[in-house]
Design a protein around this ligand. Structure first.
Ligand code: DGT
Ligand code: CA
Ligand code: CA
Ligand code: ZN
Length: 598
């Protein structure tokens, strides 16, 4: 990447950061949608791509767009031209983008909704609209059932099946918002609530505090002297789309996530003496609370959102930890409040992994394959975070859509990583690869090339779906890859994309058993779209003595911010820092790699 100043600065977390990230995230989604709609509309490639490029930039940037706009220098961002800069300006000024409004007004209402169906891209949406006049999911179902869709050129039985599966998947997952979208919104709102006059304490509760991978609604609690005034101000916040409840102690509003989905936010103003009890209650989960209440009842006490009561006397309520303490329990970390063993007498929570424990990232891409930053940029960003090591793991040769490296290019790339490692002090850059596990279970690079790498992650990207004609299942392929002594880790093991792509049909028990036997580690891909392994799988892996790794699979320096989602998920799986390879020192890491190889 050419040196045009800092393009993806890591960004010190400032007070304004969430708001800023929100504007660019909103714009990134709006541009992506414009591109999709233009594609349905049959616009020219060039125009569509300019929106897609701009969307990617906005997704990555931590620059203050409003400030850039004020200086008239939006076009200094890569991929932002005059046209897209104007749209950004308009959005900042008015909250609207004419082009988007116009497209949405002109195209039938249900059409954009079709884009959410996995397996149905804009080209296919344009086709079903044009040829079969399908403008919504119901109509689509009809042409699937009647066989008309399969008869359409470019579709066929397999792709129709995929679309039918996609509809079923969409229906089962709809309505829940991914953690990575909900959390910045909640942090922004909580911060604004915290600044209102009279507000003393504010906390995010609910599934978001527990770090669940998807969120039904956001729950926020605060204490304040005048509840009604706080709720009124909250209801009038910038960005509120609809008001559902506006009472004296509780308000419910929605904010728009994109043009079709809204996310509900509940704010409760609670008495100061009940804040801890309310936080405990509204953090949940419901299952955890039921168990906790049973424990209270056994002691002849009562537990509710106002406090823990012995008769009429409140014996705990102000602080959450007091509730647990009185009940004779350690304060269970929110991530573990799912009634999945946290009440067992031998449950331990002290050593759960934290973000501070992470010493490196063992799966990062660069411009050599499909990443957007150079080796140096990735290394410097990691160093700025205080990391001790990273592994550059670009794609292997069969990953053609990701610009995978041929054997010759990989040889050169290894040399380039080693050169960068020599050049940059204060961090070790390991020469790694993300080698594809091919449909026949073999690896995409020969052994002698893998032997030259410091670190090997093996992942499935090709032929993930079910197909009767396939000789090997994803499980068999994964097991085969683990038998290779150079494969230290399996990357994003199930391949799922939250709300977008179902996991592969992977026999996790078999994978975990083989991982333990072959000393292969399993990845927790930290990006909020993946979180793969997920919490329950992590628990399974750790119980079997398998070491996991929390990696971003980062494609730009900003990806490092996603590490926190991986840490939260690892905590939900009960991972301590001893279970996580990238909490170890470099020396231990090397030892662990060697232990499998020899
Ligand atoms: P979500 O919003 O579906 O992602 O999940 P939560 O856990 O945030 O659930 P939500 O927003 O309905 O309620 C927040 C918390 O309030 C929940 O985790 C536990 C508590 N809660 C709500 N309803 C009940 C209930 O009927 N019984 C008990 N024990 N707790 C409840
Ligand atoms: Ca909730
Ligand atoms: Ca709620
Ligand atoms: Zn990767």
């Amino acid at each position: 990447m050419p040196a045009t100043g800092v393009r993806f600065p890591l960004g010190v977390v400032s007070v304004q950061k969430h708001r800023r990230t929100m504007i660019s995230a909103e714009l990134a989604r709006a541009f992506e949608r414009i591109a999709d709609l233009l594609e349905i509309d049959g616009a020219d490639r060039f125009r569509i791509n300019s929106y897609r490029r701009a969307s990617r930039t906005l997704d990555d940037t931590s620059e203050d767009l409003a400030e850039l706009a004020a200086q008239g220098s939006l076009t200094s961002l890569p991929g932002i031209g005059k046209g897209t800069a104007q749209r950004i300006q308009q959005y900042i000024d008015t909250g609207h983008i004419d082009v988007l409004d116009e497209l949405e007004a002109r195209l039938p209402d249900g059409l954009p909704g079709l884009l959410q169906i996995p397996g149905l891209g804009p080209k296919k949406v344009a086709l079903v609209y044009e040829k079969l006049n399908v403008t919504g999911i119901d109509a689509l179902r009809e042409v699937i059932d009647s066989g008309e869709l399969a008869a359409l050129p470019g579709f066929g039985a397999a792709s129709v099946q995929k679309i039918a599966d996609g509809i079923a998947f969409l229906e089962s997952s709809s309505g829940r918002t991914p953690l990575g979208i909900a959390l910045p919104i909640a942090e922004d709102i909580a911060e604004r609530v915290g600044k209102l006059k009279g507000v003393k304490q504010v906390e995010i509760a609910g599934s978001l505090r527990r770090g669940a991978e998807t969120i039904g609604d956001i729950d926020i609690l605060c204490t304040a002297s005048n509840g009604k005034r706080i709720i009124d101000q909250f209801s009038a916040f910038d960005g509120v789309k609809r008001i559902l409840t506006q009472g004296a102690t509780k308000g419910s509003v929605t904010v728009e996530i994109d043009r079709r989905s809204e996310l509900q936010i509940d704010l409760r103003v609670v008495p100061r003496d009940s804040f801890g009890a309310a936080l405990q209650y509204f953090t949940g989960s419901k299952e955890h609370n039921v168990r906790l209440r049973e424990i209270a009842v056994r002691k002849k006490w009562r537990l509710n959102e106002y406090g823990l009561f012995d008769g009429d006397t409140c014996i705990a309520g102000r602080r959450e930890e007091d509730i647990y303490k009185k009940l004779g329990l350690p304060c269970v970390p929110p991530e573990l409040r799912e009634d999945r063993g946290e009440f067992e007498p031998d449950a331990r929570f002290d050593d759960l992994v934290t973000l501070k424990d992470i010493r490196g990232d063992l799966h990062m891409h660069t411009t050599a394959s499909d990443g957007r930053c150079t080796i140096e940029e990735m290394a410097l960003a990691a160093k700025a975070r205080g990391y001790q090591y990273i592994a550059i793991c670009d794609h292997s040769k069969s990953a053609t859509i990701a610009n995978g490296l041929s054997i010759a290019r990989m040889e050169k790339h290894i040399a380039a990583v080693k050169a960068a490692n020599d050049k940059i002090a204060g961090i070790t850059i390991l020469a790694g690869t993300e080698v594809d596990i091919l449909p026949d279970g073999t690896l995409d690079y020969p052994e002698d090339l893998l032997a030259k790498c410091d670190w090997v992650v093996a992942s499935i990207h090709l032929a993930m779906g079910k197909s009767a004609s396939r000789k090997m299942s994803p499980t068999q392929r994964t097991l085969a890859a683990m038998e290779n002594r150079y494969v230290s880790m399996i990357g994003h093991p199930t391949g799922r994309l939250i709300n977008t792509r179902e996991p592969m049909d992977l026999d996790m028990a078999a994978v975990v058993e083989a991982a333990a036997r072959t000393k292969t580690m399993l990845e927790i891909s930290a990006g909020w779209q993946r979180l793969d392994l997920k919490d329950t799988h992590i628990r399974q892996a750790i119980a079997a003595g398998v070491t996991v790794g929390i990696n971003t699979d980062g494609h730009h320096t900003g990806s490092l911010d996603q590490t926190r989602f991986g840490v939260t998920t690892a905590r939900r799986g009960g991972a301590t820092k001893k279970d996580v390879i990238n909490c170890c020192t470099l020396a231990t890491l090397r030892k662990r790699i060697g232990r499998k190889q020899n």
